[in-house]
Write a protein that binds this ligand. Sequence first.
Ligand SMILES: [Zn+2]
Length: 267
Amino acid sequence: MVTKTRELETGGNQAAVDEMAKKVKVAKDNALEIMKKAGYDIGDVVQVMVDPQLPFMGYTMPRGNDKYRIVVSGGSVDSGLLEGLLVHEMSHVYRMKTRHLSHNGQVIEEAVNSFGKNVAKYDYQQKIMHDMLNDIQDLYADDLSFKVLRQSKILPIEDMSSFLQDWVKEEPSSSGDDRKDRWINAGIMIHNARAIAQMERHKVPDTGNKAAKANKEFLAKLPRTMSGQFEYFRNLLRNLDENLTEDNYRALLHNYLSKFLEIAEKN
Ligand SMILES: [Zn+2]
């Protein structure tokens, strides 16, 4: 979940800081409660902190001993999406706590390392690979969080539609650096596939075909060798299976990354 940071005008204003902490506490308790009601009790293992400068919505970090820290941005606190964000992050926690393979860092690291040290030499390449692996983990987290949000009616279905539709980009990057553009555009294509696959997994309607249309525009602007692989990624992401074995998850990640590198590195 990415949004623009809105810096908080707290500058030493203790009242504002306290107010924010109170809101976060209320949202945290609510999120824990509706998770539990939906069958995903994570217990008392989560600390929630606000980072006023964080340039995206939030993230979760394991702290050892099955404790976790969720960090949310200052901007998320009054965004109307704070509870939804916490349910998403708590779903990551549930996946980690229950040792779901999708969140097994070692298997993921091995999959990346199987391509050798030089597979992502530049920062932008590392970020793109990180994001595409995160898309898979997010889909597994959202299999829980969408169920929770739907059951608790926190996020009405129309909002789910527009939320996911907004992720689909229609403009490819054309910086003039061919290699970089290929990497970035392959990354956008996968991210589009993820949004569309997520709608399909959760039967969220693509109202007005907005996502499909934007993606079609996007694909039309790519080289055929790249756009021709869109369906591969959409299918892979749509069909991610709840039941994984270490071997099939390893193979899935390897194929996913290798197909990506094939299109990102192709001249
Ligand atoms: Zn996530």
